[in-house]
Design a binder for this molecule. Structure first.
Ligand code: ZN
Ligand code: ZN
Length: 74
């Protein structure tokens, strides 16, 4: 499985898995950062043009993140 750039520590060690309730979890193997993906909010990324921009939700915040070009925010 390809790893992504972690939004927290910027290491290339961010991976995902799907749990029993079909929720997508993102987890960093480097800093242990964890976030939940809201796939209902998937939309086109205005930087790379792919439909890979989703909302990630962690303990403190919720934000847009593109899993293709790793852009954070709007
Ligand atoms: Zn990390
Ligand atoms: Zn993108």
């Amino acid at each position: 499985m390809a790893t992504q750039i972690c939004p927290e520590c910027k290491e290339d060690s961010f991976t995902w898995y799907i749990d029993d309730e079909s929720l997508t979890h993102w987890e960093c193997n480097s800093c242990s950062y964890h976030a939940l993906e809201n796939e209902n909010d998937e939309c086109i990324c205005n930087r790379c043009g792919n439909k890979t921009k989703t909302k990630l939700k962690d303990f403190f915040k919720e934000y847009w993140w593109c899993s293709n070009c790793n852009t954070i925010g709007q």
